[in-house]
Design a protein around this ligand. Structure first.
Ligand SMILES: [Zn+2]
Length: 443
């Protein structure tokens, strides 16, 4: 390990490339044939131009770590912001033809609501609690953050978690105290471990976000997991609000967009099963009544799937973004993904089984921009990862239209800058904002 401020110098590099171990390693690894010609994933061609979507609810978070001056080395905390941004598409579409809105103009059309919390990191504890530890402070903060609600008089994120996991068989978790061997069923709310420390166990401990809490260093991964779980619960919370408001037209006319895939990773990955069930339940409830169901997408602008799409669109003769036609939507099967994107033996389980509640589409939009989108799994076609029937991807035609229409918003500006732009107007979760109610009163 280098000393602080000691960086690898150029001199060490030739040594590395001639090292015998490195040469042996390079000789031993499987190398994908760069010239390998293989078929593209199959195209999907859903009906387009439904033109029904009038608003977008985009959920997006950001984490800003910062150092804390409390006399302890490396003390840090992170500001977590989760925003639900509501975008009125009618207002964007209606001005003069060919008007391309600038992000600054789009911002004025939006409502935005945020959840914010300061997540403590290493070497930070609460003054009012003698004997407190940073990891306990962190666990308590996660619990209190999720106890807040996005909408006044609506359930909290913790209530959402309780509601969607009621049918999960109880799973014991370890008491977080190092020298306690008790395993306890996580409570609804909080409870005291019978151990000699009388440790408080929080309902949110079941998410395991604290498990990788680093007491002596940076906690970037832990913050990211907290952000992701909060974003996912916010989505479900808002969907449940729309359902309880009993306004099927609102759900029909709204696109829900998540920044990132429809998946939950790390110690909270088990949650993906329950989110999938809840999204499916709400989708089917409206589909059974003759409505089109929930339009939900996860959008990725970076990552291995996006990189793979870039490669497919590379033309030897003409360069990048010249091989595929604009407007093409490709649906990779499980076999294709295992073979070309997430390197796995051909007969292995499907990629994302433990984490994803959606299916991937690689899309080159009308303007030639690349994105990878996930649509929720709401039926048997979606469950079968080798099935690429159109009904495996609910409301795909409208989704692709949205991806064409929102390209300025989604690609050039991205989500996170929007959240930052709104940070000055952020409404803390605990005060209970009324954005959704205001929205219904407008529609
Ligand atoms: Zn204990």
């Amino acid at each position: 390990m280098p000393y602080p401020n000691e960086f690898a110098s150029g001199e060490s590099l030739p040594g590395l490339t001639t090292s015998r171990s490195v040469l042996e390693f390079q000789g031993a690894i499987h190398v994908k044939d760069a010239n390998e010609q293989h078929d593209l994933p199959d195209c999907v061609n859903p009906d387009r131009s439904h033109d029904r979507i009038t608003r977008v609810v985009a959920i997006d978070g950001s984490i800003v770590p910062t150092s804390v001056r409390n006399g302890y080395p490396g003390a840090e905390a992170a500001l977590m912001l989760i925003a639900a941004v509501v975008l009125d598409l009618k207002a964007i579409k209606n001005p003069a033809p060919k008007w391309i809105p600038r992000p600054s103009e789009i911002r004025q059309l939006e409502d935005c609501d945020t959840i914010d919390a300061v997540l403590p990191g290493c070497n930070v504890s609460e003054r009012e609690r003698p004997g407190d530890s940073p990891s306990r402070f962190f666990r308590r903060t996660i619990y209190q953050t999720l106890k807040g609600s996005v909408e006044k008089d609506h359930e909290s994120l913790l209530d959402t978690l309780t509601a969607i996991t009621t049918n999960r068989p109880p799973q014991k978790i370890a008491c977080p105290v190092e020298d306690c061997d008790e395993r306890i069923i996580p409570p609804i709310g909080d409870a005291i471990c019978p151990c000699f420390r009388k440790e408080t166990i929080y309902q949110t401990d079941v998410l395991g976000i604290h498990e990788r809490f680093n007491e002596s260093g940076a906690n970037g991964q832990v913050y990211t997991l907290a952000q992701q779980v909060t974003e996912q619960l916010t989505l479900v919370n808002i969907l449940r609000y729309c359902e309880q408001a009993d306004n099927p037209e609102f759900i029909r006319d709204t696109a829900f967009i998540m920044d990132g895939p429809l998946a939950v990773f790390g110690s909270a990955a088990w949650l993906h099963t329950w989110i999938q069930q809840e999204v499916k339940r709400i989708h089917c409830k409206y589909a059974d009544k003759g409505y089109p169901g929930v339009l939900l997408i996860g959008v990725e602008k970076t990552g291995n799937f996006v990189e793979h799409l870039n490669r497919l669109d590379w033309s030897e003769r003409d360069g990048p973004r010249q091989a595929l036609n604009n407007g093409i939507a490709l649906a990779p099967t499980m076999e294709y993904i295992n073979r070309h994107i997430v390197h796995r033996p051909p007969n292995s389980n499907d990629f994302g089984r433990q984490t994803y509640y959606g299916r991937k589409i690689l899309y080159k939009n009308r303007n030639g921009q690349h994105s990878v989108i996930t649509t929720p799994i709401i039926n048997e076609s979606g469950v079968d990862k080798n099935c690429i029937d159109i009904d495996a991807f609910p409301r795909l035609g409208e989704i692709l239209d949205i991806m064409d229409e929102l390209s300025t918003y989604l690609y050039e500006d991205g989500f996170a800058p929007l959240v930052r732009a709104h940070a000055h107007a952020a409404i803390p979760l605990k005060s209970g904002a009324e954005i959704l109610r205001r929205l219904f009163s407008k529609s």
